[in-house]
Design a protein around this ligand. Structure first.
Ligand code: MN3
Length: 200
């Protein structure tokens, strides 16, 4: 199957005022669509055509920059939409995940602080993450379209800090966007689901 653009799991205005309809229209319909279109065009006629997304991300890293950048961004955005929901965010984290965050990162407050710091200090475009590696949860950041998969980890939460993700709503105030993401948008139930999957 070629890569396809998934529908948003909520209405375009569901995340206002923290992420506007205009941002989601541009970010999902234009930017994510472009990664899908370019990924399919670049995979065509290669060994990667119609291969599972995760295999293409891992297999092209460091080998085929053009294809990797597009498919990795496709992967990142497929999950990014699901990592948010209306009325999300805050400190209510499902039990097992909360316990491991406290055990590996000190506290929920420290995790939030480190995650926001990683996003704010990612120079230029990129992502900040919670990822599981060797059974432990870590906060990381990556440039451009890179993600924890290519570093032997499994992403369970990521925030897009490319300017296209926040400039319409926050202009240059990336830290305010990260705070709104953590306070009002994160779908912790879905993060917990990915965490359980990553621990198997
Ligand atoms: Mn993006």
């Amino acid at each position: 199957m070629p890569f396809t653009l998934p529908e948003l799991p909520y209405a375009y205005d569901a995340l206002t005022p923290h992420m506007s309809r205009e941002t989601l229209e541009f970010h999902h319909d234009k930017h994510h669509q472009a990664y899908v279109t370019n990924g399919n065009n670049l995979a065509k006629g290669t060994e990667w055509e119609n291969k599972p997304l995760e295999d293409v991300v891992k297999g092209t890293f460091g080998k085929n920059a053009g294809l990797f950048n597009n498919v990795s961004q496709h992967y990142n955005h497929v999950y990014f939409w699901k990592w948010m929901k209306k009325g999300g965010g805050g400190d209510k984290i499902p039990g097992r995940l909360e316990k491991q965050i406290i055990s590996d990162l000190g506290s929920v407050a420290k995790m939030r602080e480190d995650f926001a710091q990683a996003g704010a200090t990612q120079f230029g475009s990129g992502w900040c993450w919670l990822a599981v590696k060797d059974g432990k949860i870590a906060v990381t950041k990556t440039p451009n379209g890179e993600n924890p998969l290519v570093h032997g980890a499994k992403p369970i939460l990521g925030c897009d800090v490319w300017e296209h993700s926040y400039y319409i709503d926050y202009r240059n105030r990336r830290p305010d966007y990260l705070k709104a993401f953590l306070d009002h948008l994160v779908n912790w139930d879905y993060v917990a689901e990915m965490y359980e999957g990553a621990m198997k």
